[in-house]
Design a protein around this ligand. Structure first.
Ligand code: SF4
Length: 346
């Protein structure tokens, strides 16, 4: 088997920061109950690992006892959720990804300027619920082009579109073009709302998938950007499978055992799951791994201010504690393959 390992893959800066927030709190306040509103990131393994450490995940802020500590997940929350937390005297630690906060800020700004906002995204996604909550009277969600005729538009010259951060860049383009056709004066956000991590992971799949027999995406079923990677590989003509971990791999997907397989991971999938999957494939089928560098990432987000204040109060220096990880380290030992070649793609 020939495994092509996509770079970038897996954790993005927002996910690193959000997971680090909960890890730091567990160290800072041993034994104290910690509540997280919604899954901290959309990954089954990450959430289970925190549950084992007695973190409680809630889907309603009212479930957190008065005065307790609550972490808002990377996907962001609406002002209404923040208000409930304030009323219940919760200590809120905001682990919202700054790139989601950027979209919230755009929504607030355009709504204040009197724009109607068309938010392109998945109506039931946590992030869309949070952004929509910033200006509920001004925002309408567009999930597909079929939603366009149902929109209620007061003034077609005072319209702007924004997008969820984890959309397929290709699908978003189709919806944006359809909107521009119907509303030629619709305004675009100042820069793309689809984040760098989503864009780069999709770019790597678009570039490498055509030379593969199969694309394996490590990620959970509720992870928007992981699902988009699987769909993208299918649209490039290569079957794509989304697996939470190696236990979900069906070896009948490799009838000869000599296939070329692209392995990648959604932005919320931990690297150890990728390494485990590669080791298992190579143990069973033999072969090589080539690392394909498509984009180098070095984005990093600082931890939330509230957490830093809490750390200083306990005599800890946030600078010393913050973990700064960018691309995963790939070694033959970890991935179970020698020779392991490292080369640029395309
Ligand atoms: S996928 Fe993008 S928007 Fe979401 S947490 Fe990562 S960097 Fe932030």
């Amino acid at each position: 088997m020939r495994i092509l390992l996509a770079n970038p893959r897996g954790f993005c800066a927002g996910v690193h920061m959000a997971i680090d927030v909960v890890d730091q709190l567990l160290d800072l306040l041993p034994g104290e109950p910690i509540y997280v509103f919604h899954e901290i990131v959309h990954n089954k393994h990450v959430v289970e690992r925190f549950r084992e450490r007695d973190v409680t995940f809630v889907e309603d802020v009212n479930e957190a006892p008065e005065g307790s500590i609550i972490v808002f997940s990377a996907h962001g929350v609406s002002p209404a959720v923040r208000e409930i937390a304030r009323a219940r005297r919760l200590t809120s630690i905001d682990a919202t990804c700054p790139l989601v906060t950027k979209v919230h800020a755009e929504a607030i700004r355009y709504a204040r300027q009197g724009y109607q906002i068309l938010l392109i995204g998945h109506v039931n996604h946590q992030e869309v619920a949070g952004t929509r909550g910033e200006a509920p009277d001004a925002i309408q969600v567009v999930e597909t082009t079929a939603d366009i005729p149902k929109l209620f538009i007061k003034d077609a010259d005072k319209l702007v579109y924004l997008t969820q951060t984890t959309l397929s860049t290709d699908d978003a383009e189709v919806i944006i073009s359809a909107l521009q056709e119907v509303f030629p004066n619709i305004k675009a956000p100042p820069s793309s709302d689809i984040c760098y991590a989503t864009t780069n992971r999709q770019r790597a799949v678009r570039q490498i998938a055509p030379e593969c027999d199969l694309v394996l995406v490590v990620g959970s079923k509720n992870s928007s950007n992981s699902l988009r990677l699987t769909e993208l590989s299918e649209s490039e003509g290569t079957p794509g499978k989304l697996v939470d971990d190696v236990s979900e791999v069906d070896h009948s997907w490799f009838p000869t055992g000599e296939e070329t397989v692209l392995v990648t991971a959604g932005a919320s999938a931990p690297e150890y799951l990728v390494a485990e999957l590669c080791r298992t494939l190579l143990d069973r089928h033999g072969g090589t791994i080539e690392l394909r560098d498509v984009v180098h990432e070095d984005t990093y987000f600082d931890m939330p201010k509230t957490l830093k204040v809490m750390m200083r109060a306990k005599g800890m220096d946030p600078k010393e504690r913050q973990i700064r990880i960018t691309s995963p380290v790939v070694t033959a030992e970890l991935y179970g393959a020698a020779p392991l070649t490292i080369g640029a793609s395309g």
